[in-house]
Ligand binder design. Structure first.
Ligand SMILES: [Zn+2]
Length: 810
């Protein structure tokens, strides 16, 4: 699973997290430990029909085969959401529905090893998004009729009776009867498609290899299917018909990714097909076995200039899950990092294999920055229930493990892990054992400090050079403190006061580099590097960036300049940029950054150096940023334009204005718009007004314009927000944010929006009012609007919202 990154700073957007906001059902399914159950789920046949998009309901029959694991098994407990209304269970003595379970009292007790079969017939009334998502065709652009399952670690028992935990794998068959114009996509192989009465058809898919039931998927929509192949295995892209032309440029990379993952792991793609299915309003992606569900944000041709997250991260992440998560599944959610850490790790391996070391380092540098942010909010280990950092920390720890073992042994260990637990489950200790068996390496310290403890080494290094002895002495201190507190279940996580860090130190001199390998493993220790050919010109601590860390190391500007100019590792360069950027009065620092902006051999370094210049005086920064604003990489131009907005001055304004008018990238234009406003350009208001109406991928330009409209909030901009309230949900949120600050014009536009002729606009406006305004003002606005609403649907929706606000859920 992967949720999309946030794009908007001003709005308090709520983002679903796979294990956040737990309900009772999730607690039942998602225990921290593998729960006991006294049967082995073997096979389920799932028949669904009579989907009703108005009442968000359906009918279903699920036939379950299981094997008793206890003598005298007289009842079977399945997970089943309480909103599903059971009509019958046959054969059975009786059934009961305590909480979110179904208890089937068997017609006669089963012996140990006996097979048990029964069929549950039920009606499913679904609260939108709980198990299934329904969208009817109400004329909204890019939103065809559809229904799909949310899946994930808790979703499927909300629409079908099953064993919801990951540790009991089964096969299944899914037969969906839907209108003939709609395509059905599910797991495994499509075995039949037959006409059914009333203009319907029944499509049956069969998952023939065992998998965890949280990976069951159903997606129904008027899809176009684009067919591809990898080593004879069908690779399919299901998108809305209007997106047909966008599918292959986006997903066409999939077979190459399958080939790369198969080669790296030594385990060929393990399922009978691979489908990627795009749906509306999805959290991001979900790795349903052999049938990944993805959000419907297909990039257009322009968007590729900005390296879209969809292709860079989402597609390779979900594909990696087909091995890590689907073939070998975490036994319980306390080991969830095995799924998510590996899935987050693998895209960096793909890009490294494809484009080389810099592309790989680039990927993990972004993970590192994310990880530091997550860790700053709360420190948790990887291998614990509901850990907050299984994605970026998992990816970084695996990259460290690869560096520690060297790639050959690392992949041998991964191969061992995948083949030993194929179609089964694994715990963190199974991964440790696979490493031990494949490489002979115990690495107890590694598992202890990186998987079961929390935090990272925070190094403070000082250096002294003895020119007589030609010796450099580094004093290395680890300054992290153990303040991690007990969590809600009473676990207390520890931060090691002394991490073990096998690293290399590179000392540059005019006569060449000297590299020493040392192991740092104490709170404070001295490292002496002698017999240097001359005084240091550069010191790179942890030369290969083999250890996740922060580093404080005060160095002379020329050392940093040398590092930025010639160190091959992006982490070291980024660190040098950071140090140099703090020296805004030092011309040598400016010169070093300017040189990197002009000449660095990888775009990320040029972009970071451009960003680093933003605190420097215009006279030194603008000429270099002007060069960067013409860079071939959009990310460099974006950084340059953003930096110019902070540098200020006429020269900056001219460059930002040209970028706004003429750049080929949406992200650069969005940055230019923000820069124009920041620079106080006289034409900024006209640009914001224009930006509000400009289409761009993921609304990058419009979002920048909306942010500025909210900041400035003058009547003309507020009126313009009202005119684009139908383009996406953000203008309504912006109006609500303005209304909450007392803007009466914005409030009036919200009132009008509640009665908009387009149902989806009414939904956005009502949602914005409920979420952005305090309950009192929200109620006031809705009550005031109520008498003038001309549409029955609008009156009903507003009345329901008033009910919710008057009686908030306890
Ligand atoms: Zn994932």
């Amino acid at each position: 699973m992967r949720s999309a990154p946030l794009r908007i700073a001003f709005a308090a957007l709520i983002v679903a997290s796979p294990l956040a906001g737990q309900t009772n059902l999730e607690r039942v399914v998602n225990g921290a430990y593998t729960p006991s159950h006294d049967y082995d789920l073997i096979h389920q046949r799932i028949e669904v029909r009579n989907f009703d998009w108005d009442s968000t309901s359906f009918d279903a029959r699920v036939s379950t085969s299981l094997v008793s694991l206890r003598p005298g098994l007289d009842s079977v407990v399945l997970d089943m959401g309480r909103s599903l209304r059971v009509r019958s269970v046959t054969p059975a003595r009786s059934y009961a529905r305590p909480g979110d379970t179904l208890v089937v009292r068997l017609a006669r007790p089963a012996g140990f090893g006996d097979t048990v079969r029964f069929t549950v017939d039920y009606h499913g009334a679904i609260h939108q998004g709980q198990g299934l998502y329904f969208f009817k065709d109400d004329g909204r652009p890019h939103r065809p009729q559809q229904v799909y399952s949310g899946g994930g670690t808790d979703g499927n028992p909300r629409w079908l009776p099953t064993w919801g935990g990951p540790a009991d794998k089964a096969t299944w068959e899914l037969a969906a009867t839907v209108p003939a114009g709609l395509t059905v996509v599910s797991n495994g192989r499509r075995v039949s498609e037959r006409p059914a009465p009333g203009g319907m058809h029944t499509v049956t898919w069969r998952q023939e290899k065992p998998a965890s039931t949280y990976l069951i998927s159903l997606a129904v929509a008027p899809f176009a299917k684009i067919s591809d192949r990898w080593r004879g295995i069908p690779v399919e892209y299901y998108v809305y018909r209007e997106d047909s032309a966008l599918a292959r440029p986006l997903f066409g990379i999939t077979p190459d990714m399958m080939e790369t993952y198969s080669r790296l792991t030594g385990v060929p793609y393990p399922w009978s097909k691979y489908a990627q299915v795009t749906v509306a309003d999805f959290i991001g992606g979900m790795e349903n076995v052999s049938a990944t569900t993805l959000v419907d944000w297909l990039p257009d041709a322009r968007a590729y200039r900005d390296r879209p997250w969809y292709r860079q991260s989402l597609i390779p992440h979900e594909l990696a899950h087909q091995w890590f998560g689907d073939l070998v599944t975490a036994e319980d959610w306390g080991n969830y990092w095995l799924n998510e850490g590996m899935a987050e790790f693998m895209p960096g391996q793909y890009w490294g294999a494809k484009h080389g070391a810099h592309a790989e380092q680039d990927y993990y540098l972004a993970e590192y920055q994310q990880y530091l942010g997550v860790d700053a909010r709360r420190r948790m280990p990887l291998a614990t229930y509901s850990s907050n950092n299984v994605y970026p920390k998992g990816a970084l720890v695996l990259e460290m493990l690869k560096a520690q073992l060297e790639p050959g042994p690392f992949w041998a260990a991964i191969h061992r892990y995948l083949t030993r637990h194929a179609y089964g489950n694994a715990t963190t200790d199974d991964l440790r054992q696979a490493v031990l068996d494949a490489t002979g390496q115990n690495l107890g310290w590694f598992w202890s400090q990186w998987i079961y403890s929390t935090g990272y080494p925070q190094f403070v290094v000082t250096s002294a050079y003895d020119s007589a002895a030609r010796a450099l002495t580094l004093t290395v201190r680890q300054t992290q403190v153990d303040t991690a507190t007990a969590d809600s279940t009473g676990f207390r996580f520890a931060v090691p006061l002394a991490f073990r860090a096998p690293i290399a130190i590179r000392v540059g001199t005019v006569a060449g580099d000297v590299v020493r390998r040392v192991t740092i493993d104490r709170r404070e220790q001295a490292v002496r590097i002698d017999s240097l050919p001359g005084p240091p010109t550069m010191v790179a601590f942890d030369d290969d960036n083999a250890v996740v860390k922060t580093l404080e190391f005060e160095q002379p500007t020329p050392w940093l300049a040398t590092m930025l100019a010639r160190h091959r590792h992006l982490w070291q360069r980024a660190w040098a940029v950071q140090q140099l950027a703090r020296r805004a009065t030092d011309p040598a620092a400016a010169a070093a950054l300017a040189a990197a902006v002009r000449g660095a051999d990888y775009f990320l370094t040029r972009a970071q150096a451009a960003e680093g210049l933003s605190a420097f005086p215009a006279a030194v920064a603008v000429p270099a940023l002007e060069v960067a604003a013409h860079d071939t990489a959009a990310q460099v131009r974006e950084s340059a334009v953003a930096a110019l907005g902070r540098v200020g001055g006429e020269g900056a304004l001219a460059v930002a204005r040209r970028a706004w008018l003429a750049d080929s990238s949406d992200q650069v234009r969005a940055a230019a718009l923000l820069a124009l406003a920041r620079l106080g350009a006289p034409d900024a208001r006209a640009a914001v007004l224009e930006g509000l109406g400009l289409p761009s991928y993921r609304d990058a330009i419009q979002n920048a314009a909306i942010t500025l409209a909210v900041q400035h909030g003058d009547p003309e901009l507020v009126a313009a927000l009202g005119r684009v309230v139908g383009s996406q949900s953000l203008p309504a949120i912006a109006l609500a944010a303005l209304a909450s600050r007392g803007d009466t014009a914005a409030r009036g536009l919200l009132r009008a929006g509640l009665d908009d002729e387009r149902p989806w606009v009414r939904e956005w406006v009502l949602g914005a009012v409920e979420q952005q305004l305090d309950p009192g003002p929200a109620l006031g606005l809705l009550r005031e609007a109520q008498p003038s609403l001309t549409r029955a649907e609008a009156r009903s929706a507003v009345a329901q919202a008033i009910g919710r606000l008057e009686r908030p859920p306890s």
